[in-house]
Write a protein of this length. Sequence first.
Length: 194
Amino acid sequence: MDFKAFSLKVIILSSGILLALLMLTKTYSAGGYQMVSLLLSIAIAVLCYILLRTITSTNTELSRFLEAARHADFSQRFEMKKMGTGFTELGATFDQILKQFQAERASQDEILKHLKAIIENVPVPLISVQPNQQVTLWNHAARRLFGNHKVQWLSDFNLLGMEVGNLLTAAQSGNKELVQLQLDGMNLQLSVSV
């Protein structure tokens, strides 16, 4: 990228500030040049403001890009033509990176949607139990298994008269058990894999 315009602007502004400071020192030490000293002080203040604005605008755009990337805000665009040649390319690169993030997010969302559809349509009831004993019914088969009964916690199995809650609490990884249970007047066999 070509940052010559930006670098040149910073060098010119810094040189102008330095030159104005030298001249202010000379006029101040010579005495009797109050009006020139005042004009030089104003010129230094203006040059410092322009230099600061030039540098902070770059930092602002960079921080805006990083915030957009962090929060996945793909609506941001970076038009930096007014800042010089190299910044137009920098803005285009920022836009391109955000578009790439957006494409990857869309691809991941599509994969996630596909996996959710597969899990939802598996004929085997899929149930998970979190360490805090919260139960998640992952698919239609699991929700159909329990019908109108609300199962959100491991203790809810015991309220339904099932020993599954106790079995899951005592189960170790890799074990497989066959459990007999009665739900809504029907005798069911439930294979529990941990």
